[in-house]
Design a protein around this ligand. Structure first.
Ligand code: ZN
Length: 353
């Protein structure tokens, strides 16, 4: 029954999934950049709840529990392993609460449990892999207990780690979304090609396969075209809203534009000085529209996302969402508007402004 809900929705049309809570919570002042641990579910649950509500208002159909990096290894790094389970359960409970609280009596959103790149996965290291599997299992277990309607495994840059994540997720019988994130070498770190990894994820039973994070529209779209042709299942497309390019396919090594007089102290734009590379809303809208035209129905935005961009994604595929009420109305602008109340001397001054 639950399985049908995501698939049924996707068979009928677009499904929007907001991601990228990490960057947005950091921008709002509730997370340390670089360290990136989602303590917000325990420290400021009201902030996380409100962010979920804003994304829902902007059209997200899925409320993904913010447990990204909330895994045992990261909690060890910051010396707070004892908070692992409380953090996960709190994030899941908040997501469930928001998912069940949709406006105007519409259907509840889907609450998604989430696992992701462990950062200790190592090719051909059975012990490390066993440990990662344990991390996945405990998090998926809590997600099921807290009432997840579906599971998202994301941001995997090792093919084998993604396969292992899917294996753990599949045991629950819940619908599964598995999106991968190839780095700058344009292949998975264990050597598999991007398309072959997606094909294998489909063969292993993922309901949705695709790409999320690391890549902006320009360097994600070419792979999506290939993936869409290579698989029969639904495909997911969740780019970062930054202008990556052929020379710099991901945001990790994206250099600043030449006009920066105040570079970041740590020597790279990622993750705190990417702002000049931010995509405008029309670029994100075009990306989503083009992806949907290919037959990609699972759409969203990853790190860098904000509610405004999620609204663009939703509207780009013809959806009207609560936040559509407040979409741009340039006709009423005091200088650039076409409204007949705007005085001529103000309209005429626009180019000098
Ligand atoms: Zn991301």
């Amino acid at each position: 029954m639950k399985k049908n809900n995501l698939k049924k929705k996707l068979d009928k049309g677009p499904v929007i999934c907001a991601e990228g809570f990490l960057f947005e919570i950091e921008r709002r002042g509730y997370m340390s950049s670089g360290e990136f641990v989602p303590m917000v579910s325990l420290d400021h649950p009201e902030v996380l709840e409100n962010l979920h509500r804003e994304f829902q208002h902007a059209g997200s159909d899925i409320v993904e529990a913010f447990t990204y990096n909330g895994h045992r290894e990261k909690m060890r790094v910051i010396g707070k392993e004892e908070l692992l389970e409380p953090l996960n359960r709190a994030a899941l409970k908040i997501a469930k609460k928001v998912a069940n609280d949709t406006s105007k009596g519409s259907n509840p959103n889907l609450m998604a449990g989430n696992i992701s790149n462990s950062n200790i996965w190592k090719h051909n290291d059975k012990n490390a892999q066993k440990e990662v599997e344990g991390m996945f299992s405990e998090m998926i277990g809590w997600a099921v207990e807290e009432g997840a309607d579906m599971l998202i495994g994301e941001t995997f840059y090792y093919a084998e780690e993604a396969f292992r994540a899917l294996e753990v997720m599949k045991k629950t019988g819940l619908p599964t979304v598995l999106t991968i994130s190839p780095m700058g070498e344009n292949k998975m770190r264990d050597g598999k090609s991007v398309v072959d990894t997606c094909k294998e994820l489909e063969q292993r039973g993922a309901d949705v396969v695709g790409l999320n994070c690391f890549r902006g529209p320009a360097t994600m779209f070419p792979y999506l075209k290939e993936i869409r042709k290579a698989v029969k299942c639904h495909v997911g497309a969740l780019p970062i809203p930054y202008r990556t390019n052929k020379d710099y396919p991901t945001f990790f090594n994206l250099p600043d534009r030449n006009d920066c007089e105040c570079p970041s102290p740590h020597g790279r734009t990622f993750p705190t000085a990417l702002d000049p590379h931010f995509c405008n809303r029309y670029e994100i809208s075009k990306f989503s529209k083009d992806s949907y035209a290919l037959g990609i129905n699972y759409l969203g935005v990853c790190c860098g996302a904000n509610p405004m961009l999620i609204r663009e994604v939703a509207e780009s595929v013809g959806l009207k969402v609560p936040a559509s009420k407040y979409r741009e109305k340039m006709e009423n602008h005091f200088m650039y508007g076409k409204n007949k109340r705007i005085p001529k001397h103000m309209k005429d001054y626009g180019d000098k402004a």
